[in-house]
Design a binder for this molecule. Structure first.
Ligand code: GLY
Ligand code: MN
Ligand code: MN
Length: 439
């Protein structure tokens, strides 16, 4: 759990990054209509969650560093605690209880939102806001700004709207000890789910049944939702990078690529494993698998403080190119294939990305056009792959095979700690685990 003190400290750090005399407005997410009066499962806005830990829709956080308040000022607009909402939709904290829970100076009901925004804009030089993220919040802010600008002879409106995202995103990029502990829990839950899926998989089952096994394990461990659309791709479906149809029946001899991670207390895990439904890799599956594994292991040993994602990408491309040339999948020399980037035909995505509250987490990858070196506290994925479609011009035994191996790492002072090691990864470990499975 992230403590209330940590949320307050994040708010203070944000205000310290803002110019003096500034107000920050951060709206929560709203429910999204599925059809008529039913909604998709609610997911809080990541920036709002990062600053508050408040799970209700439609709230707003208001922060100010104006000297008129002495200390930093904090306020929240909360969904109104009203009987009908509580009968139909669920319990609401309400403004009164929010005051104490979030150590606020003021709390407002949702009906007071327009007035609260108007009042809190007045007299500030700048408003920090994420324009473009939420259309109704944009309209509300613009209406309030127009209203204030229209008041004759009184300069009450902030003169500039500044983007709040770069400030929050930079903070989110570096995880605290508590965040890392939560991410390790998400990783462990997800690792158990992958093992369950490997043990369950058998020829004749459907991809979505494996998906159900993963989601069951997530929920039983306290993680209700996946962090992104679960990918279970058997056979050549594994070559579709973001495959989520998950509706095919699995045939004997297929490899299954699972890319799945739990969301736990808002934080994502993102693990991929590829394994044979029969429990035994064929010779051609083994040959390609060993290349991806060698690439992933080499990158895991080279990443750490000071290295960059571009270096990691190049390292993985070299190992994959060497392997594919040795198998005759790529023609010509290793040097030629690296120079022409021919490997991109079979490895068409990046080697990894930041991970946190969002699976493809926020934070800049370049600073003033230069690659950004990794630093302690960053969390990222390392996920090389090889995908050879059915119609590729390669020796036939390699066609229709997709393989990705993905782990999550925390950059430490001295290197990188892999936090998803609990899922088998070597051919021997996978075959051993699957010995007890139904096939
Ligand atoms: N699960 C999406 C990705 O690995 O980036
Ligand atoms: Mn993934
Ligand atoms: Mn990933």
């Amino acid at each position: 759990m992230i403590s209330q003190q940590e949320f307050i400290a994040r708010q203070d750090r944000l205000l310290a990054e803002c110019e003096p005399n500034s107000v920050c407005l951060v709206p929560a997410a709203s429910l999204v209509t599925r059809s008529n009066d039913t909604h998709y499962l609610f997911r809080q806005n990541s920036n709002f969650w990062y600053l508050t830990g408040f799970e209700e829709p439609d709230a707003w956080l208001i922060l100010s560093n104006h000297p008129r308040y002495g200390e930093n000022y904090r306020a929240m607009v909360c969904p109104t605690k009203d009987k009908t909402t509580e009968i139909w939709q669920g319990k609401r904290l309400g403004a009164d209880a929010a005051l104490a829970r979030f150590s606020l100076d003021e709390a407002f009901d949702l009906e007071e939102l327009d007035d609260a925004v108007l009042e809190n804009l007045q007299g500030h030089d700048n408003v920090y806001f994420a324009l473009g993220d939420n259309a109704s919040a944009d309209t509300l802010l613009m209406d309030a700004m127009s209203h204030l600008r229209g008041i004759p002879k009184r300069a009450l409106a902030p003169s500039s709207i500044k983007d709040i995202r770069p400030l929050i995103h930079e903070m989110r990029l570096f995880k605290s000890a508590c965040e890392i502990a939560v991410m390790k829990a998400a990783a462990q839950i997800s690792a158990r789910a992958h093992k369950r899926a490997m043990t369950f998989a058998h020829s004749g089952c459907y991809e979505y049944q494996i998906e159900a096994e993963l989601h069951h394990e997530f929920a039983m461990a306290g993680a209700r939702s996946p962090a992104y659309g679960t990918i279970v791709g058997a056979g050549s479906n594994a070559c579709i990078l973001h495959y989520t149809q998950n509706n095919a029946q699995i045939c004997d001899g297929d490899l299954i690529l699972i890319d799945a991670g739990a969301e736990y207390l808002g934080y994502a895990a993102d693990i991929s494993r590829t394994f044979p439904v029969s429990g035994k890799f064929s010779e051609s599956q083994k040959a390609l698998y060993e290349i991806v594994l060698a690439a992933q292991e080499k990158v895991l040993t080279m990443v750490g403080p000071g290295t960059t994602l571009t270096e990691a990408m190049q390292c993985s491309a070299e190992v994959i190119t060497q392997g594919l040339v040795a198998l005759g999948v790529l023609k010509g020399s290793v040097a030629e294939n690296l120079a022409s980037k021919a490997w991109q035909q079979f490895y068409m995505h990046g080697v990894g990305h930041y991970l946190g509250l969002d699976v493809h987490d926020v934070g800049e990858y370049k600073i003033e056009g230069e690659d950004r070196p990794f630093k302690p506290g960053m969390v990222l994925t390392i996920e090389p792959g090889i995908y050879i479609s059915d119609d590729a011009d390669v020796p036939s035994q390699y066609k229709g095979i997709g393989i990705r191996i993905e782990d999550n790492v925390v950059i430490t002072a001295t290197g990188a700690e892999v936090i998803t090691n609990d899922v088998p990864k070597s051919i021997e470990q996978i075959e051993q685990l699957m010995k007890g499975s139904p096939d």
